[in-house]
Design a protein around this ligand. Structure first.
Ligand code: C5P
Length: 232
């Protein structure tokens, strides 16, 4: 498959809590590339529908709103911030409830279709690190570097727990573990763009790997696949 004309892409997919967000941010920062947090888009679609009183299973209505979503990602702060219709929702989209809502709207084909162009628009020079479930399989199938990041469900729940605590969001480890398992099942079983590694993806299990080690591995692969990719 040929490289998309716009820019090189590193597609990083995997289940929730595997460390994708942190790894993608660090890789993008080190390379000076753009970052697409596609999960945030699905979270925003769910939040927007809920706020508008639209049922999350009303496919046509949710997809229509998804097409018109007024979103601005700002790279300020360590994690950046996101505005929905002018309002800062950076924290609101991070709750596990928002994740569950995201996973429900993400199962609707018309909603996924509505977000394709918006996601591809992130692919600009000098390059893009794309974080999601179907970056390598559907959105950027021509990406030369595809990574499938995994970790055990226990480890993922523990990481989510710590992440939420740090943000001051109350959470229970047992409930998080159950919810992550449920989200995995829904994401894996859905008919469109199910969560699965692209056949040409490189697997990286981070259960016993530090973030730094995972980032270093992705950067090594990037340097091999995209020669000339320099660490800043
Ligand atoms: O990665 P994050 O936890 O923010 O994603 C929230 C949900 O959005 C996932 O559980 C999944 O259902 C959905 N999603 C998706 N495709 C993507 C990214 C996220 O279906 N590319």
């Amino acid at each position: 498959m040929t490289e998309p004309a716009a820019a090189p892409v590193i597609a990083i997919d995997g289940p929730g809590g595997a460390g994708k967000g942190t790894v993608c941010r660090a890789v993008a920062r080190q390379l000076g590339w753009h970052l697409l947090d596609s999960g945030a888009l699905y979270r925003l679609v769910a939040l927007d529908a809920e706020r508008a009183g639209v049922a999350l299973d009303d496919e046509a209505a949710v997809a229509e709103r998804a097409r018109r979503l007024d979103v601005v990602f700002q790279p300020d702060g360590d994690e950046g911030s996101v505005r929905l219709a002018g309002q800062d929702v950076s924290l609101a989209i991070r709750s596990e409830a928002a994740g569950q809502g995201a996973s429900r709207v993400a199962a609707l084909p018309a909603v996924r279709q509505a977000l394709v162009g918006r996601q591809r628009d992130f692919c600009r020079p000098p390059g893009l690190v794309a974080d999601g479930r179907d970056m390598g399989s559907v959105i950027f199938p021509a990406a030369r570097l595809k990574v499938f990041l995994t970790a055990s469900v226990e480890e993922r729940a523990l990481r989510r727990y710590k992440q939420l605590k740090e943000k001051g969001i109350d959470a229970s480890l047992a409930i998080l573990s159950e919810e992550l398992g449920e989200r995995d099942r829904r994401d894996t079983a859905r008919a469109v763009a199910p969560l699965k590694a692209a056949p040409d993806a490189r697997r990286l299990d981070t259960t016993d790997l530090s973030i730094d080690a995972a980032v270093a591995q992705v950067l090594r692969w990037a340097a091999a696949v995209y020669p000339g990719t320099q660490k800043k």
